[in-house]
Write a protein of this length. Sequence first.
Length: 806
Amino acid sequence: MDGFIREFLRELNFGQGVALSFSSINDQYLALARTVRHYLMARWLGTLRRQFETQAKGVAYLSAEYLLGRQLGNALLATGLTDIVEEGLAKCGIDLATLRAQEVEPGLGNGGLGRLAACFIDSLATMSVPCVGYGIRYEYGIFRQTFEDGRQVEQPDNWLALGSPWEFPHPEAAQIVNFAGHTETYEEDGTVRSRWIPGWSVQAIPYNYMVPGYQNGRVNTLRLWSAVATNAFDLRIFNSGDYAEAVRAQTFAENISKVLYPEDSTPQGKELRLQQQYFFVSASIHDFIDNVLPADFDLTHLPDRVIFQLNDTHPVIGVPELMRVLVDEKDFDWDDAWEITKKCFAYTCHTLLPEALEVWSVDLLGRLLPRHLEIIYRINDEFLDEVRERFGDDELRIRRMSIIAEHPERSVRMAYLATVAGSKVNGVAELHSQLLRDKVLPDFDEFYPGKFINVTNGVTPRRFIRLANPALSELITDALGVGWLTDLERLRELEPYAEDEEFKERFRAVKAHNKRRLSRVLVDRDGTSVDDDHLLDVMVKRLHEYKRQTLKLLHIVTLYDRITSGEVKPADIVPRTFIFGAKAAPGYRMAKEIIHLINAVGSVVNADPAVEGRLKVLFPPNYNVTLAEKVIPAADLSEQISLAGKEASGTGNMKFALNGALTIGTDDGANIEIRELVGDDNFFLFGLLEPEVEALYAKGYVPSSFYESDEGLHRAIDMIARGTFSGGDRGVFDGLVSNLLYDDRFMALADYRAYIDAQDEVDKAYLDEDRWTRSAILNVARTGFFSSDRSMRNYIDRIWHTPPSF
Ligand code: 26W
C-alpha cells in the first residue's frame, strides 16, 4: 500500500503538477487513473509481445460503437487493487468513491449494440482470446439529455473536456484514408488492372485503450481512430496562402470523427456517416495488415490470422475495401482475393425492423468511394451468376437477391453484401435468428445452407454483477465461494438457497440496500428519491415505438384512474415507483412526444394528494451505463414489453434477471430464453405471440376497436386526450393519441388488456414476500447462461475458431 501511495502522489505531483493540499478532485482522479493504468502496463506489453511471438489467430471486432461505461472501477477490479487503493487514498484523506464519481463515461454508442461490443471485448480479454476492437474515437459521444418543461433537450457530450487518462494516442501509427476522385484502368504485363485516384484524404490517428481481463494477467487492446487533416492538405493550402481556407479544410477533415450519430434503428443515409464507416474500417484493415502481421506476411494466409467481425452493417464497406487492397494494392487475382475475403468476414445482424437495414444510394457511394462501387458491382454480378446457375433465370428471385436495389432509388443493400461475403451470419437471440432466416433473408438462407446461425447475446458479469452489485456479489461468494464470476453457470448452485430462510432474508436486505443506494444517487442528481417499501418497476432502454414505453404509460394512467375515480382506495394498491430511462433520437418526433407525456404524467401523478404517495413516476434524465449500474441492482420488476418479433434480443433484460428482478415481458427476443430458463412461475408473460402479430396485421389491425371495447383502455386514453396531464389543454398530446387510435404500428392497444392483467398478477405476487424472494433468487440462479463469456465461447467455436492464447 505504501508503494501505491508513493506512486499516486508521484502522479499527482509530477504528472498533474499539483500538491495534494492544493489538488482538485479532478486532479486526484486523473492521478489515480494514471497510477492504476501503470499497474496494467506490464500486462499489456506482455500480451502484445506474446501475441506477436505466437502469431495466433485473433478477432478484429469492427464496431462503430463501444458503450464502455466508466473505466476506473473496472481497472481496479481487473487488477485486484480496489482495497489497497481505497485504504491508501483514505490515508491521504481522499474518498475513493468520490474520485470514481468524477469520471465521465465515454458514451461512444447509442444503446444495445454498442454496449454489447463493450461486453464482448471484456469477455475475450477475460478468456485470454486475442482480440483487437476497432472503432471511432468520437469527440462527442451520445448527447447528454436534459428536460425543459418535460421535453427532451440535447446537450453536447464533451467527454474529453476534463482529460482522458485511459487513452494512448499513437500519431506515429497514423493511417491515410482516401475518398472520392475517380478510377482508371491500365495494363500491366498483359493484364488489365484498376486503380483509384482519390480526390482527398484524411489521417486516422489511433488511440489505444486497455481492455483488461479479469485478474488473469491479460490486457487486450481497443483501438479507436480520430480524424485529422493530412499534411498534404495543410501544404496545399499553406502554399495558396489562404489561412481561412486552411482552417476550414482542417475542420472538414476533423468533422469525420466529431460526433456519434444519435440515430438508433433508422439510418439517415447521410454522407458523413458513410465517411465515418469507411474511415474507421479502412484504417483498421490497413492497421492490422501493417502493424499486427509481420512485414513479410503472405496474405494468402490472412484467414489463418484474423476474422473481421462485422457488428451490424456499419462496417460492411470493409468487404470491398479488403478486396481492393488485395487486388489493386497487393496484386492478387480476383478469384483468389474473393476466396480470402469470404473467409475473413462474419456478420452479426442486430435488428428486424426493415427500416433499420442500411442501404447506400449508388450515387452517393459512387461519388465517395468510386472504386468500391465497382468492386461491389462485380461481387454482385458474380453472385447473381451463381444464383442463376442454381435457380435458372428466375428474374424475380434475382431482383430480390441482388445486392443492388433498384427502388425507390438505385442503392446498395449492405446486409446483403455482408451476407454474401460473410462466412457466417448470426442473429442475436433464438427467435431473432429464426425470423432473420424466415422473413428477412429467406432466399439467402436457402442459397447458403448452414451460413445462418444463432448466438444469443450476453452481458459481462464483471461489470453488471460484481461492480454494479457488490452486495449481491458478496452474498453469492459467501454461498458458493469464489470462481463464479468467470464461470457463471455456477449460479445454479444457488437454487437450493431459494428455500433457505436466512439466505432469503439476506437477499432481501441486499435489494433494500440497493434501493437506498439508488435513492441517494437520485437525490444527488435530480432531487428525487425511491421509497423503501415501494415495488420498484423499471423500464430503461432507448425510446422507440416498438419497445412500447406508451404501453407502460397506459398502465400507470390506468392505476391513476382507478384511484382518482374512487374505484380503489390508495391504501389498497401495491405502492410502486416507476423509473423510466430513455433517450430519443433527436429527429424522432413521436419518441420525443412520448418522453414529454411520461414527464407530464409524472408531474401530475406525483403531485396529486389523492394518490397518497402510493404511485410515483421518475424519469431521471440522461440514462447511461453509469446510471444503469445503480438502477438495475435496485429493481424489483423489469419491463421488457416490446411487440413480439421486434426486439432482436435485448440485453437489459439479462442484466435485470441476473440482479434478481422479475421480468414482465412479451414472447420476444431473449425474453423467451430467459423465461425458458427461469420457468413460467418466475416470469410474467403476456401479450400476442409473433405469429399472432403477423396474423393480426394480415387481417387488418384496427386499434380503435380495442379502445371501443375495453373500458379501462378507453378511460386511460380519454384522460390523456382530455388534457388531464397537460393542464386541460387537449392539443398537446393530440398527435400521440391519434397515432395510437388510428395507426398504432406496434399494437400497444391490442396488448393492453393482457398487460394490465399481468400487472395485477405482479401485485399479487409481490404481496407474498416469500414467494417473490424465492422467484428473484431463482432468476439469479438460472440465468448464468447470459454471461457474455458464453456468447464468446459460441462465436469462438462456431464462427471464429480463435482458441485462447496465453
Ligand atoms: C442508424 C442506423 C442504426 C441501425 C441499427 C444504428 C444502430 C442500429 C442498431 C442495430 C440498434 C441496436 O442497438 N440494436 C440492438 O442490438 C442489441 C444487441 O444485439 C439487441 O439486444 C437489441 O435488441 C437491438 O435492438
